[in-house]
Structure formats: structure tokens, C-alpha cells
Design a protein around this ligand. Sequence first.
Ligand SMILES: Cc1cc2nc3c(=O)[nH]c(=O)nc-3n(C[C@H](O)[C@H](O)[C@H](O)COP(=O)(O)OP(=O)(O)OC[C@H]3O[C@@H](n4cnc5c(N)ncnc54)[C@H](O)[C@@H]3O)c2cc1C
Length: 423
Amino acid sequence: MKFDTVIIGGGLSGLACGIRLMQHGQRCAIVSSGQSALHFSSGSFDLLNNLPDGTPVSNVLAEYDSLAKLSPKHPYSKLGKETFQKLISESETFFKNVGLPMQGNGMKNHYRITPLGLLKPTWLSTAHLAISDFETSLNWKKVSIFNISGFLDFYPQFLADEFSKLGTKSEIILFSMPAIDHLRRNPSELRSTNISRILDKPEHKEELVKVLKKAASDSEAILFPACIGLDNRDIIGELQKEINKPIYLIPTLPPSTIGIHLQQYLHEYFIHLGGTYMLGDTVKRAEVEGGKATRLYSFNHGDIPFIAKNFVLATGSYFSQGLIASAEKVYEPILGLDVDYLANRPDWYDKNIFETQHYQSFGVKTTNTLNALKNGNALDNLYVSGAILEGFNPIKEGSGGGVSILTALYVADRIVNKEGGIK
Ligand SMILES: Cc1cc2nc3c(=O)[nH]c(=O)nc-3n(C[C@H](O)[C@H](O)[C@H](O)COP(=O)(O)OP(=O)(O)OC[C@H]3O[C@@H](n4cnc5c(N)ncnc54)[C@H](O)[C@@H]3O)c2cc1C
């Protein structure tokens, strides 16, 4: 099977890269084992909330030079300031153009509301997600928080308690519907994704409108658990029109309907552009000759190789098994690429879980142009993007989404500029 580019891994980074390449006329395939980090995502993408030394960041560009000095191997440092800045605004345009409008921009963080009601800085939040413009207050004086009776992955009282500290009053409204009662017979079925599949259906809209109209007339917004809009995103806008009040979603505990919606949407968009997506297939090995990757072999395709001019490794970190940690080493399992990690295992982690955990910054070594390194040599046609990269700590810094998107677009542009644009 011959393609212009084959991407290994179909999470946020692989999909963004694939879509960008298809938009430039490349023939592109994504081979992906299964679920990605998006299935557990908050629905917001972080760009950079803290410098590696813990200093909070309010203006990313103003802090860029400090970041580059503290972490020269950070993916953002490798991109260089000008490209970094350009890619931030291109990422924002990217989502708009694919039909996924986002709230927020790279000039200033806004705040997402966690399932426990805390405010966390972030860069981009999906439409309809509840956000705040401020760190110490919410955008409303009074809200109505709805929940489904017996739904245990959402805690309205925790939210109300935290909101009260921020000066916002809450009323809590529990409701049930016959269609959802059917799920309640088995508590493990009452999960956000299953509920969404019911609430998204047009035949339940009228009943849901009746429920939402119970909100007090002086409440400024309805806050609803993110268990709606998985397959039918329009439903939220339609409900808003009927009840004449804004509706915002608050993330529930996983699985994340917002993240799964993002994954499904980007996947379908890639296919709509003509891309080939091999879901449920795992790349097991690759051949390298003369400083280039030449062929990939997967479980499902046996001896039939994937041949391409360029390859992108976007297999994620430990969570997706892009990186594997054994008792002695951290390694990249497909190509045996060079990995940046500490030789002494006890140095990988700190027993105090609130301290920096070094293992979170381990990743595949690359050149400044994100070409993979193998035995110290750069592979000319193998690029690396997303969570598998070395040199950044997505949790401590709050930079996971930003690194995945920016490096995906960067790698796609490198390939397009090398191979030429639309054919
Ligand atoms: C649980 C979790 C929640 C997160 N939440 C957020 C958040 O809310 N906001 C934020 O900004 N960041 C978050 N992050 C950081 C996250 O890493 C990035 O936001 C981003 O989603 C990572 O995307 P990725 O495509 O690089 O990797 P992944 O999403 O990990 O995707 C890698 C893909 O590669 C596939 N794969 C792996 N090996 C192979 C193989 N051999 N062959 C074929 N396919 C393979 C996997 O199946 C997977 O689909 C979270 C991370 C985790 C782990």
C-alpha cells in the first residue's frame, strides 16, 4: 500500500497532522490501534499554564524566552518563537475551518471549570463548554445546575459549594426521564456516553425542554453535565432556543463525551477529505534504510507493507503505549528510536506526588525540525509529533493539547514544503 504520508497514531496529533496534509493534497493514511487521550480529555486544550520551574504563565509569548532558556529541548523551544507564534494562530484557524469553533485564544488564558468546580487556566475550549473569563469569579450571579438522578459521575453539590466561594448562587435540579430509567437498572450503564445517546435523540427533545424550563427565572445560565451532544452537537443550540437561556456543559468524570465527540469529528473529517483511516490496527515494526524509514508493518496487514515518502510517529506517551517503561528503560517500541530518559530508575519519579515527576518529560529525541533520532542519527523522512515528544511535562506545565496540535501542524507543513503543495 503506497501513500504520500503514513501517520502512526490517530489521536489529536495524528488527526490534526493528517487533516492538514490532506488539505494540501497529500494522499495520507492513519494507522491507529484504538482509543486516544481525547477519550479522557477535559474538552479544553492547554497551551502553557506554567513554566517548567512552576512560574504561572499569563501571556505565553511574553514568557517564551524564559521557556526556551529553561527547557531548550521543549517542543516549543525547538519551533522557535516566530513559528510558535504563527502556529498558535494557525491552530485556532484550523479548528474554525474544520467546523469545530473554539472559545479562547493564545493571547490570554481563560478558565475551564473542572468536574469538582475548580477553575483551571486553559487555551482553547470547545463550544458550549462552561468557562470563566476570570480566575476568582464566574461569568454569572446565579446558575441552575441540572443532573440526572442517580448519575454518579457528576457532583452538583461540589460545584455549588465552589461557585458560592466565587460569589455565584446555584440551584440544583435533579431530574429523570423514562428513557434514562431504562439505563438505571444497571448502575454501570448510567455513564455519560450512554446517557448522551438517549438525550441526543430528537424524540426526547420535548421532554428535555420541559425539564430545563424548571430553571428559576433569575438564573442566568443552565449548567448541564457533559452527557449530551456526543452524536448530535446541534441539540444544545436547539434546546437553548426553546428555553431562551444559555446552556453550558460541565465535564463529568470519564469517559469524556466532549473528547470522544472531538475524536469522532476529526476522524470523520479526515475521511471526508479522502484520507484512509485504519482503526484497530497496530504498527508493530518498521524498516529503516539509508537514514530513511521505508516500510511499516502492522498486525492486520501482515506481510503487506505500508510504503510512503514520509512517516509521522504520533503514538502518544505511556497512556497509549507510544512509550513503554520497563524495569530498566523507557523505550519506543516500533522503531527503537532514541528516547530521552534518566538512567537511574529512582530518579524517574518523586515520592511526593505533588512534585515534578521526571518520567512525564521523557520522550523520543528529535532534531529541531522534529525528525526522529535513531542511534544518534536523524531520520530524514520520519517526523514525531504530540505527546510522545521529549522535553516537556504536560501535567506540570499544562501544555499537552498545545504541544500535540502545534507540532502536528508544524510537521505537516515541513512535509508539504519538502514535497510541494497541492498536486
Ligand atoms: C488521560 C489523559 C487526559 C488528558 N487530558 C488533556 C486535556 O484535557 N487537555 C489537554 O490539553 N491535554 C490533555 N492531555 C494531554 C494529551 O496528551 C494531549 O492533549 C493529546 O490529546 C495527546 O494526543 P496525541 O495524539 O499525541 O496522543 P494520544 O492521544 O495518546 O494518541 C496516540 C494514538 O496512537 C495510537 N497508537 C499507539 N501505538 C500505536 C501503534 N503501534 N500502532 C498504531 N497506533 C498506535 C493509540 O491507540 C492512540 O490512538 C491528557 C492526557 C491524558 C493521558
